[in-house]
Design a protein around this ligand. Structure first.
Ligand SMILES: [Zn+2]
Length: 425
């Protein structure tokens, strides 16, 4: 992966050394160091150190999968056996056809694992690994939604490294190497094609995350034509999820940085401008391309400035009630943003201004609620089967998602989590 970093540690708590500021004011005429205006400029140059990483190669173009062999040639090189990880729906819709035709026309051998399901269980990952080994896979392609891409990432790691899956859980525990990896999304939401994260399910509902740089792919391919047939509800939920990625990255407490900020702003604007058209006119090429690009930009942002309490409170809805990830986040966004506003009002106001809205948390939340209404997505927990008695369990499980809660701009408590769920029951 590509990366660059500031000059100090990643914990984000330290600043550049004072001599950097001194060097910046050196060209002034004698005595200017005592000038208060110059001091202010020097202070404004002090910045927090940070890292930023992303995938080294992104190709975007409608119909790109028809040219996949050519686009992916630098990754495939002289390898011949290409293993595609996907789900049955994607395969039945014919979304693999052009990619497979392109690869086979180039003389490559292709095998397909189509057993991925939502919130992929560990067993599915291991089944895909077995099939890939039996085939002798040399390159792995994840083509589908977030679950297919997450599974493909792990298959490439399991085949390329000597680590067991159990030893990869957590942050920076997966060390690689992995097989060459190409990711091609068929939904505009997770941004998984540019994140170093894989989430799988252990047992009935426990989510385990694997987060490490080897999970960035060698190549991400955006082909908007793959998303033309996405149903409206999926377009709405995954699109709002991507908007949440941008919003939470922009207010991420620990690793917020200027590069992720720029990407979050650009991604949010594209998604905001396109989501209604994409939902109401699914084959609109511009709207579909903007949604895919917006989701990718938001993905690049939150891969480096992680999401917070909206996602933490959304996770138990997926685990306990099997509410799709995007819808869970859409449901929890308004109450969490209102709770956070005490700490993050200026940042939410910046986001609202960027979208041409009233510069406040209320302006941003009202717009997200309006969009949910227009695209016809559920807005109450009771609409997805949650009752009042379920709230304590949801709140307790949300408080366990500490890896995300630490990024939230305001400290989330059990009582506050309860109140957030109650507000949208
Ligand atoms: Zn998400």
């Amino acid at each position: 992966m590509l990366g660059f970093s500031g000059s100090r540690e990643r914990d984000g708590s330290e600043v550049e050394r004072p001599e950097i500021s001194a060097a910046r004011i050196e060209p002034c005429s004698a005595g200017c160091q005592n000038d208060p205006d110059i001091s202010n400029i020097a202070n404004s140059l002090i910045m927090t150190a940070f890292d930023f990483r992303t995938a080294p190669h992104i190709h975007s173009g409608a119909g790109a999968t028809a040219r996949l062999a050519r686009i992916a040639a630098p990754v495939i090189s002289d390898r011949r056996r290409i293993f595609i990880v996907t789900d049955k729906g994607v395969r039945q819709f014919g979304l693999l056809d052009r990619a497979i035709a392109s690869l086979e026309e180039a003389g490559l051998e292709v095998d397909v694992f189509d057993g991925v399901v939502a919130d992929p269980p560990k067993d599915v990952v291991l089944l895909a690994e077995d099939q890939a080994r039996a085939f002798g896979a040399e390159v792995v392609i994840g083509l589908g939604g977030g679950s297919s891409m997450d599974t493909a990432k792990l298959v490439s790691l399991l085949l390329g490294s000597k680590q067991r899956l159990e030893d990869m859980y957590g942050v920076n525990n997966a060390t690689g190497p992995r097989l060459p990896l190409i990711l091609i999304p068929t939904t505009a939401g997770t941004g998984s094609e540019v994140t170093p994260i894989s989430v799988i399910t252990i047992g009935e509902s426990t989510k385990m995350g694997i987060n490490a740089p080897p999970l960035y792919p060698d190549l991400a391919v955006l082909d908007a034509e793959l998303t033309y047939g996405l149903p409206r509800a999926t377009t709405a939920a995954t699109g709002i999820d991507a908007m949440v990625h941008a919003i939470e990255a922009y207010t991420s407490k620990i690793e917020k940085n200027p590069v992720s900020d720029a990407l979050a702003l650009a991604g949010l604007k594209k998604l905001h401008g396109a989501i209604e058209t994409a939902c109401l006119d699914g084959s609109n090429p511009q709207a579909r391309e903007d949604m895919l690009l917006g989701a990718l930009l938001a993905g690049q942002a939150f891969a480096n400035a992680p999401v917070g309490a909206v996602h933490a409170l959304a996770y138990p809805l997926g685990g306990v009630f099997h509410v799709p990830h995007g819808l869970s986040n859409s449901l929890m966004l308004p109450p969490v943003l209102r709770f956070n506003s005490e700490a993050a009002e200026p940042l939410y106001a910046e986001l609202a201004t960027h979208l041409g809205l009233h510069a406040s948390t209320d302006g941003l939340v009202a717009e997200m609620e309006r969009i949910a209404d227009v695209v016809g997505i559920e807005t109450r927990l009771s609409q997805v089967g949650v009752s009042h008695n379920d709230l304590p369990r949801l709140a307790e499980e949300a408080m366990e998602v500490k890896r995300l809660l630490v990024n939230n701009p305001r400290e989330m408590t059990l009582d506050a989590a309860m109140a957030c769920y109650e507000a949208v029951l």
